[in-house]
Design a protein around this ligand. Structure first.
Ligand code: COA
Ligand code: MG
Length: 311
């Protein structure tokens, strides 16, 4: 039964509280060397992947790797997400059992098509009495998911539904639609914007798709810049070499921080408490800019904290 009551936080706009998700690195759960490296990397979040990057005959071995890793490794302030196999696959139940024993920050459901998929994942967690702090992320990577993005986001924000974040997956989407990979992503942009809009309509975070070419960092940074301009919070990454560029492109420049401080100080000046619009050096600043500035400062402070957490 899909209820219409909203969960905590704002119904629209940005997620609350602000989370830092500039760089979301995927690590194949089968790759021991990469798993060992992950806790020392400067990414904001790590997706431990049991799905596309793990061959069918090695799924159990991959689960064992994660079980050991979560028992021993400390990931500091990085968010830890486990991507399970599709809910319709034979692996999904064992993957979910692993999630419940590892207790990551979130479980990422691939190939979500409809709100029902998010509901199903939520029911699996509810049946195990998992606390609501264990969240759900959804891959938006099928034609149906793009068409249903708003309905998925709306359901995901109903009370108890746990959905926090969309991650776009263009490799699968290109395969299913026949739209080829090309610089600028011209024919994919309308779909990407639809996903961003759906996420924002219901207060979800939204992460841009991976770039497969991890050697061409100039093209990668250009794509990060495009993602930022489209409104994404960050990018899913496949290689450590991509972390620095993503953190920079989705990060907060000195100028942006100075601007945010100026807006905050303008609204805290004497006499400004009952004003909604202020003239600052010939520019109109509205109270909505104050909200934006406060959110930017909150994220910049999390970025600072992450920098300090690095070994
Ligand atoms: N996470 C952590 N470490 C990684 C990594 C990742 N995703 N990808 C590579 N590394 C490490 C390697 O282990 C290697 O470590 P070392 O120098 O200590 O030996 C170092 O970074 C350099 O790696 P490199 O030799 O350039 O690449 P590779 O051939 O080892 O791996 C890929 C290339 C594409 C196979 C690998 O990056 C990868 O599997 N990425 C993730 C794929 C994925 O998750 N796909 C599913 C989502 S789309
Ligand atoms: Mg995929």
């Amino acid at each position: 039964m899909i209820s219409s009551a909203t969960s905590s936080g704002s119904m629209t706009g940005f997620s609350h509280p602000a989370r830092l998700r500039r760089s979301v690195l995927s690590v194949p759960a089968i790759n021991q060397r990469a798993l060992e490296k992950a806790s020392s990397l400067a990414c904001d979040a790590i997706i431990f992947d049991l799905e596309d990057s793990v061959a069918p005959e090695r799924k159990a071995e991959a689960r064992d790797n994660l079980r050991r890793l979560f028992a021993t490794e400390n990931f500091g302030s990085r968010e830890r997400i486990i991507r399970i196999n599709g809910l319709q696959t034979a692996e999904a139940h064992e993957d979910m059992a692993l999630v419940l024993s590892c207790w990551p920050d979130a479980v990422l459901i691939p190939k979500v098509n409809t709100p029902h998929d998010v509901q199903l994942a939520g029911e699996m967690l509810d049946e195990a009495d998992a606390a609501e702090t264990l969240r759900i992320w959804a891959m938006i990577e099928t034609p149906k998911a793009i068409l249903n993005a708003a309905a998925i986001a709306e359901y995901g924000r109903t009370a108890g539904a746990r959905l926090d974040c969309f991650v776009v997956g263009l490799n699968d989407l290109r395969k299913d639609t026949g739209v080829p990979a090309e610089p600028g992503r011209t024919y994919l942009v309308p779909w990407l914007m639809q996903v961003v809009l759906a996420a924002r309509a219901f207060g979800l975070d939204v992460i841009d798709s991976v770039s497969n070419d991890f050697k061409d960092l100039t093209a990668f940074e250009a794509e990060c810049g495009q993602g930022r301009a489209m409104g994404f919070d960050g990018k899913m990454l496949i290689h450590p070499a991509q972390i620095e560029g993503a953190n920079r492109q989705f990060g907060f420049s000195d100028e942006a921080i100075a601007e945010a401080r100026m807006v905050i100080s303008a609204f805290s000046a004497p006499g400004a408490s009952d004003l909604n619009v202020i003239n600052v050096n010939g520019r109109m600043i509205e109270r909505l800019h104050l909200e934006q500035a406060e959110r930017l400062m909150a994220k910049a402070s999390l970025a600072d904290q992450n920098r300090k957490d690095q070994p």
